[in-house]
Ligand binder design. Structure first.
Ligand code: GTQ
Ligand code: FE2
Length: 275
């Protein structure tokens, strides 16, 4: 035992521009029908780690290239996506509902929902996946099932659906400082917040037991923690492990997406914070 949390994970940043180059190059190396998903995993750069971005969550950049489908499957791990680039015709199918992917939208795939992705446009669609896979692996309660008929699940509806949450609608008009929680209590392990700051604004986050992954939805954000100072643009991702006080500064009007494992600690009576 020890007096207070000693996270092994480190603050880290990943850039969409780098990920995009690597994903684009994968096109000529791996045919889509030989992959479960065309994604690039944001592995926290600590010794011995091969997968997780923070203690309980993984983030990955994923793309679907023109004409590709990413076959339908389901798993006990909960998933959600923040769309970076897409338009009508780039879509995911969640339990039979087709959801077209437009930039700035958050799309939910709670535990055990069937989901597969497709792209009928001429341009690659890109997004960021967030899943609680590291947590589910720790519990050993992992189940995974490919869609029995193979390929993409049949579309039975085109929505509207609570599984689609556009950031702009959730935050409302304006540029004033505002934080909204979205999809509250939909996924038992993951909390989602949209944090809007006007140019020159900043928000201070205390030390907490939660492990957080941030992604910039619009504008730019500077993330400051002890030994860490990185400015992130649209689509860039920052990992912020537990018990790291940090500040988010907005050099311009900015929206940041926050993905946190806080519900796990809340449910277990372990949620704590300090200044
Ligand atoms: O799109 O279904 O990044 O199942 C990791 C596991 C994405 C997905 C990931 C997945 C998916
Ligand atoms: Fe999946």
């Amino acid at each position: 035992m020890w007096p207070s949390p000693q996270p092994k994970f480190k603050p880290a940043v990943w850039r969409f521009a780098d990920a995009r180059k690597a994903l684009d190059a994968s096109h000529n190396m791996v045919p889509a029908d030989q992959t479960e998903r065309r994604n690039l995993i944001l592995v926290n750069p600590i010794e011995g780690n091969t997968y997780a971005t923070t203690k309980h969550l993984v983030a990955a950049y994923q793309c679907v290239m023109p004409g590709d489908t990413a076959r339908t499957h389901r798993h006990t791990a909960a998933a959600l996506r923040l769309v970076l680039q897409g338009k009508e015709g780039v879509y995911t199918v969640v339990n039979g509902t087709r959801i077209d992917m437009l930039p700035g939208e958050v799309l939910l795939t709670p535990s055990w929902c069937w989901h597969g992705h497709a792209n009928e446009t001429g341009e690659t669609g890109y997004w960021i996946d967030f899943l609680d896979i590291p947590f589910i692996q720790n519990t050993e309660a992992m189940f995974f099932e490919p869609y029995p008929q193979g390929g993409l699940e049949a579309i039975t509806s085109t929505g509207p659906t609570p599984m689609r949450i556009p950031a702009r609608d959730a935050l409302g008009a304006g540029t004033d400082a505002r934080t909204v929680e979205i999809a509250k209590d939909v996924m038992p392990t993951i909390a989602l917040n949209l944090i809007r700051q006007p140019e020159g604004g900043s928000v201070q986050m205390p030390k907490t037991t939660a492990n957080v992954i941030y992604a910039v939805v619009s504008g730019k954000a500077r993330f400051l923690a002890e030994g860490f100072d990185e400015t992130a643009g649209v689509g860039d991702v920052v990992a912020m492990p537990c018990w790291h006080a940090h500040t988010i500064e907005a050099p311009e009007n900015t929206v940041v997406f926050k993905v946190s494992d806080d519900p796990i600690f809340e449910k277990l009576g372990l949620a704590k914070s300090a200044n």
